[in-house]
Each structure stands twice: as structure tokens, then as C-alpha cells.
Design a binder for this molecule. Structure first.
Ligand code: DGJ
Length: 741
């Protein structure tokens, strides 16, 4: 120890900070920049993140930033990737136990490089420990057409034996204190993506997940920091951060005795200490940061553009209007029923039919959720003509066909489990803990044989039925009993991480062979709304709760980071199957039409009038689909503000067309609702207003009239609170959809 200490002092003296010769790395996007001081031999220092600076200010910030660091701030605080050890009272991003038992790190810059492609530049700053052969590359990927900077780290060492990584955040960002508010998302199954906004007060704020499989029911790994007080949608400086990882995560904001909120974001290290072999590369998932001075909607627009262009499978393509069988028939699948549903959705103008759970199982036919997962063969009693019969029906109706799988799971009542009980996740020497239906288990995706099984299942199906257009990929269980029958005992703590590595490998293989198929990420509803998995998935199911009123809140929260093109949003029955709320078809449709529209209903229970309404709505949706699915979002009136209504709009990038949505969120007699001002329009353009999905006997007073963008944004339109319909058609939940052209 004494020897090490002396060595450290000697090296420290050699590399004492010389701020005047600072070598800054400037990472830029069209309107933002991040600056770090990467002077070789010194710790990597965070200098600046925010609006793009002019060259003169940039230089001043760099030199003033250095002075500030030297004089006022602890180096550790402004360290861009703080490590545990020499200022042990500070919170850190990375920590390890070296081979010899030393728990400390002391990282200094070793070099930096930049690599550009046509769309982005990656700045890589290499750090090394002053004493141990331990290395971290801090990487920043800056896009040149959208204000997103992704950052991650790559960790390795050359000690003689394995070391233990105990903390491995993807990123650290100091955020200057002031009146900073924090926006995060909480919830549960059926109540996902509830937005929570609070001022950041002293103490520690942790948002985390430890489900093992799904990660967006109870919390989300995306947050926003509003720097100018209570969060606003259209104004104010906001930083957004999204961890791109499908597994367990932990986001920490430490507010203590310094001038900065200390924000750490990365995988959740709980029960995941990682044994890192010499020269093994440990890559942390990337975090996407965005800064906007146009409020939360500004940050959302950045994430949506980036998501569509770079992170969501086929994010720039329009989605089909579909009918999913689940809420219509649940497990009651049969040939005639599927044919009838296909006929109905085709006759309403839909383009795709998706057969949900209940179609499979031979020895153990899937009658309910107690059996059969893993036995992916058609139940010939339910579907005597097999998948071929369904594909023929789809062809006959002129629509596409999609199908449900839950590939990562099995039931103990299944032929798969009987053949491979060693393939399921199970704590060593303990009985199995069972999930859904009292028999569900999670397959151990750390096991390459399990990965092969899942790939082969999808591969065989798509080889045999290449006309399949869509897969709904479900996942309905957490890792409840912790343990792998595949991983050795000294690597049991790798299970959470290896599960997701295995999952990613499977998805990579599927996408390499089937790049065009549409895949929905469903995980007991909205359990997989995350940018870590979206490169393989086209969309996600927002929630198993399809109640339109509650969806206004959930879709609002979801829209903070995810674009409408990825948000599956379906018209379902009334009373709703979960909340039992009675909501008019008009309102249900108006809410579903603000995302990727679909239906989740038994059409044969709909009246002819209802089908006719949906037929027209689907036709109108097809017209506005490019605006909704590819346009820029402007959220106008938040349901969370409890003003009695909610409103948002989508505007095409050239500002020539827009769709405006308004939904009442409560109903009281003689209530006074605010008049909503629009946003995002060109003040000098004229916009003709057309109401979509109209049910009123008379058109709105301004139907077909044109207004300037300035008027719509500064004065707004007066919307009646109720619909002008016969008394028996009156409902508590009025809504409007306006097309602006
Ligand atoms: C959970 C999903 O969220 C539902 O949409 C449905 O697919 C069921 N699983 C089927 O078991």
C-alpha cells in the first residue's frame, strides 16, 4: 500500500493540472453543444452543455470554465466520469475491486479521437488509471441533423486476473442548481407512463427498475430537467435524457452541498456486480441527451425526430391500421371467428389483422394463461386449416396477417418445459417461483441454446409463412427467482445483464434475416417502451388499459420521449373491459387517432352506424397519417394540469399541415375551460380548418374557414364543450379533431 501511495504521488506531481494548455473537446449538434476538458494527464472535466455557442463565447467558456474548476469547484464534482476512491465521500459513476483488492480508481485522460460518418461524429476520450492497467473510453455521438448527443463508456483492464465492476453508470451530468424541476414517469400495469413533476430539492432522487425482463411499467428510464422553474411545454430550457437499455436501470439525482444536481444514469448495478476478465470489453448502454430552449415539447420533438430516423425500426415508414383480436375474443380463437374479424376490419378500411394469444399448443392446447407457452404449434382443433388457412383468409379480404408470440417464456405445463426444464430461470437449489396463470416461467436467455430455440421458432415460422406481415412479441413475466441454470456459480450476478445480451443477440439475428417485418414490443402492455429495444421493434403497446380517458394521460406521458409512429393506440369496446367506463365511440376514436391507430374490439358487436363511423374515421386517419406519424408534436394543454381538457397537435416540418386534438378530461355543469392556443404553425400562413370525425348535427361555426397561423397561435379557436347531438347520444366526454391545411 505504502508503495502504491508513493507511486501515486510521483505520477500526480508529473501530471499536475496545467489549465492554460487545456485541450477541450467540443461535441456539437445543429443547436447544442457539449464541452469537456480532455487535457492528457488530467481528469476528464465537464465544462458545458446547452445551447450552441458562438466561437468567441466558446473560447471564453473554455478558459473561464477551467478557472472555475480550479478555484471554486471540487475536481471530482466536475469530473465527466467520476470514479470511486480518492474523494470517497462523493457519488461516482464507476467503481471496481481490483485483482489485489484495492477499491479505488483514479482516471486521467490518455488521448482523444474523433470519427465522423455522414450523420454523426463520435468523439472518444480514452481514460486510464494512474496506477492500474484499467481503461475507460468515454464516447459521445453527436448527430449533425438533430439535437441529440448519445454518450456511453467502454471499460476494460489488463490486470492479471478478473476484477469486479461494482458501479458502471453510462453517464454523469452535473446540472446547475437554481429552480430546476424534474419530470419522470411512474405507473404500473394498466396505468403506465404517469408524468410526475417536482422541484429538485436536497436529497437523493432515484428512479429505478429491477424487473429483469420489462422496464417501463413502474418507472421509465427517461427524465427531463426543466431549468427555468415549473416545466413548460413551449418555453424554457430543458434537458432530456433517455437510457437506451431494455434491462434494469438506475437514475440518481444527488442534491447536496454543492452548486450542482449530480445526475447519474445507467444500468442498475443492484445484484449485478460484474466479473470482468482481462481484456474483456464492457460497454455500457448509451444515454441520449437533448437540450432545447423550446420547453418540454422542444425536447420531445428532438427525441421523436431522432427516434424515427435512427432508433425505431422503420421509424420513417407509415404504419398500417390494424385490428388485434385480444379484447375482441381473448383466448377464444377459431377459424371462423378469425375470418369474421378479418372481414370486418377489411370492410372498415383496415389494412392488417393480428391474431393474439390462444392459437397454439398440441399436447396442451392454450385455453387460458395456465399452459402451452413454448409449444408454438397451431392448435388444430381451433384452427383446422392452420396458419395457411388464416393467410388465405387475409388474402381473400385484401389485408395483411400478423400473429402473437411470447417467445421468451414457457409454462411448466408445456412440452417445452417437459423436454428442457434446465432452460428456465431458477434460483439454484430452490423451487421454481411461478408467474402468470400459476405456471409461467422465464426462459434463460443467457443460455445460447435458448437463444437458438427462440431464433429458430421465429425463423421457422417466417420461412414457412413468408407472407406474415407483423409479429406481436409479448413478455408477461419478471425475473422473480434469481438464478441461472446455465451461468456458472461465480457468474450468477451476471444474469440480469446476460439476459438482455441474449435477448439482443436473438433480435439481431431476426432483424438480419427479416429486416422488413413489423414487430410490436408488447410486455403486459407498456412494459417495453424503451429506446434500447426499439431498433428491433417498430412500435410498442402503450398499455393493456385501452380506456380512452386514461389513455389521454398515459399517451401524454409516453409522448414526452416517443413519437406517435411507435405508440400503438386502439379503439376498444365501451364499457371498457378494464375500467368499465362508458365512453362514446367518437371520443375513443379521437384518442386512438392521436397515435398509431388500430382497433381492439369484437366488430361483430358493433352496430352498423358504429362500423360506418369507424370506416370514415379510418379513411380520414389515412389522410392525416403522415402528419400524425411523422409530424412535430406541440403539446398545448396538459391533462395533468387538471384544467378540464387536454390538447396537443402535430405539424408537418414545412408547417403546411397540422392536426389539432382536444379532449375533455372531466365534466361538470357550467364548467369554464380554457381556450387553447395552438403552436408550431407559420404565423404568416393561412390554414383552412376542417373538423374530422364530426358527429354534430351542425358544423362548427368556423368549419371550412381559414385563419392565419398568428391568429390560431395568439387567439385560438373557441370550441364548444359538448356535441350538438340528440339527447340520447350526449356523453360526458366530448372531443374534437381539426385538420389544418
Ligand atoms: C398481454 C398483452 O399486453 C395483451 O395485449 C395480450 O396480448 C395478452 N398479453 C395475451 O396474453
Amino acid at each position: 500500500m505504502a508503495h502504491l501511495h508513493t507511486t501515486f504521488l510521483a505520477i500526480a506531481a508529473l501530471v499536475a493540472p496545467v489549465w492554460a494548455s487545456a485541450q477541450s473537446q467540443i461535441v456539437t449538434t445543429p443547436n447544442t453543444e457539449l464541452i469537456v476538458n480532455a487535457t492528457p494527464g488530467n481528469p476528464l472535466q465537464f465544462v458545458y452543455y446547452g445551447t450552441k455557442l458562438c466561437p468567441a463565447d466558446e473560447q471564453t467558456v473554455i478558459s473561464a470554465g477551467d478557472a472555475k474548476i480550479e478555484r471554486f469547484e471540487s475536481q471530482r464534482l466536475m469530473n465527466a466520469y467520476p470514479a470511486f476512491g480518492l474523494e470517497a465521500t462523493s457519488d461516482v459513476a464507476v467503481a471496481c475491486k481490483h485483482m489485489d483488492g484495492n477499491l479505488t480508481l483514479d482516471l486521467i485522460v490518455n488521448g482523444a479521437s474523433k470519427e465522423s460518418s455522414s450523420n454523426y461524429t463520435v468523439t472518444r476520450i480514452s481514460l486510464k488509471d494512474r496506477v492500474y492497467p484499467f481503461f475507460v473510453d468515454v464516447c459521445y455521438k453527436a448527430y449533425n441533423n438533430v439535437d441529440i448527443i448519445e454518450t456511453w463508456t467502454e471499460i476494460r483492464h489488463q490486470e492479471k486476473k478478473a476484477i469486479e465492476l461494482t458501479q458502471f453508470a453510462s453517464a454523469y451530468m452535473p446540472i446547475r442548481r437554481g429552480e430546476v424541476w424534474y419530470t419522470s414517469f411512474t405507473g404500473s400495469w394498466g396505468n403506465e407512463a404517469n408524468m410526475v413533476e417536482e422541484p429538485l430539492l436536497p436529497g437523493t432522487k432515484v428512479v429505478s427498475n429491477r424487473d429483469g425482463v420489462r422496464n417501463s411499467h413502474t418507472a421509465h428510464s427517461e427524465v427531463m430537467f426543466s431549468l427555468d422553474g415549473k416545466p413548460q411545454e413551449l418555453t424554457g430550457r430543458v434537458i432530456g435524457a433517455a437510457l437506451c437499455y431494455g434491462g434494469n436501470y438506475k437514475l440518481r439525482v444527488e442534491t447536496g452541498d454543492t452548486e450542482y444536481h449530480k445526475f447519474f444514469i445507467g444500468m442498475n448495478e443492484d445484484y449485478s456486480h460484474y466479473t470482468l476478465a482481462p481484456n474483456e470489453l464492457f460497454v455500457t448502454p448509451s444515454v441520449a441527451f437533448s437540450y432545447s430552449n423550446e420547453g418540454k415539447s422542444g425536447v420531445s420533438r428532438n427525441f421523436h425526430s431522432w427516434g424515427r430516423e435512427y432508433k425505431i425500426a422503420h421509424g420513417k415508414q407509415l404504419r398500417k391500421v390494424l385490428l388485434n383480436s385480444w379484447e375482441g375474443v381473448y383466448f377464444d380463437i377459431n377459424q371462423a371467428g378469425m375470418d369474421q374479424m378479418m372481414n370486418d376490419i377489411a370492410s372498415m378500411g383496415g389494412e392488417l389483422f393480428v391474431m393474439d394469444d390462444g392459437w397454439f399448443g398440441d399436447k396442451y392446447p392454450r385455453k387460458d394463461d395456465c399452459s402451452s407457452l413454448g409449444d408454438w404449434v397451431v392448435d388444430k382443433n381451433k384452427l383446422p386449416n392452420g396458419i395457411e388457412g388464416l393467410l388465405a383468409d387475409a388474402k381473400k379480404h385484401g389485408i395483411k396477417f400478423g400473429i402473437w408470440f411470447e417467445p421468451e417464456m414457457a409454462n411448466t405445463v408445456s412440452e417445452l418445459y417437459e423436454a428442457h426444464p434446465d432452460w428456465v430461470i431458477k434460483a439454484p437449489k430452490r423451487d421454481l417461483v411461478l408467474g402468470r396463470g400459476g405456471t409461467q416461467v422465464v426462459l434463460d436467455l443467457s443460455n445460447p441454446k435458448v437463444q437458438d430455440f427462440i431464433f429458430k421458432l421465429i425463423d421457422d415460422f417466417l420461412t414457412k409463412y413468408p407472407e406474415t406481415d407483423y409479429i406481436k412479441w409479448d413478455a408477461n413475466m419478471s425475473i422473480m427467482n434469481y438464478g441461472s441454470q446455465y451461468l456458472p456459480m461465480d457468474k450468477q450476478s451476471h444474469l440480469y445483464i446476460e439476459y438482455h445480451r441474449g435477448f439482443t443477440k436473438v433480435m439481431e439475428r431476426i432483424r438480419a434475416k427479416y429486416p422488413d417485418i413489423t414487430i410490436q414490443a408488447c410486455a403486459s402492455g407498456g412494459g417495453r417502451a424503451n429506446y434500447g429495444i426499439l431498433p428491433y421493434f417498430d412500435e410498442f403497446w402503450v398499455s393493456d388499459d385501452t380506456d380512452a380517458l386514461q389513455r389521454v394521460y398515459m399517451q401524454w406521458g409516453t409522448s414526452m420521449f416517443f413519437p406517435a409512429v411507435a405508440m400503438a393506440s386502439h379503439i376498444s369496446a365501451s364499457p371498457n373491459h378494464n375500467t368499465h367506463r362508458v365512453v362514446s365511440l367518437k371520443y375513443r376514436t379521437d384518442v386512438a387517432m392521436s397515435g398509431r391507430l388500430g382497433m381492439e374490439i369484437q366488430p361483430k358487436n358493433m352496430t352498423d352506424d358504429e362500423k360506418d363511423f369507424c370506416r370514415k374515421a379510418i379513411a380520414q386517419y389515412k389522410e392525416i397519417r403522415p402528419i400524425v406519424q411523422q409530424g412535430d408534436i406541440y403539446r398545448l394543454l396538459s391533462p395533468y394540469d387538471k384544467k378540464g381538457a387536454a390538447s396537443l397537435m402535430y405539424v408537418t416540418p414545412d408547417k403546411s399541415n397540422a392536426v389539432f386534438y382536444w379532449w375533455k378530461t372531466e365534466t361538470f355543469m357550467n364548467q369554464h375551460l380554457p381556450r387553447v392556443l395552438m403552436a408550431g404553425l407559420d404565423p404568416d400562413k393561412q390554414y383552412k380548418v376542417t373538423e374530422l370525425n364530426r358527429i354534430d348535427k351542425e358544423p362548427l361555426p368556423f368549419e371550412g374557414m381559414s385563419f392565419s397561423g398568428k391568429y390560431l397561435m395568439e387567439v385560438g379557436l373557441e370550441l364548444p364543450y359538448t356535441h350538438n347531438v340528440d339527447w340520447q347520444l350526449q356523453s360526458s366526454w366530448s372531443s374534437r379533431v381539426l385538420l389544418l391545411q
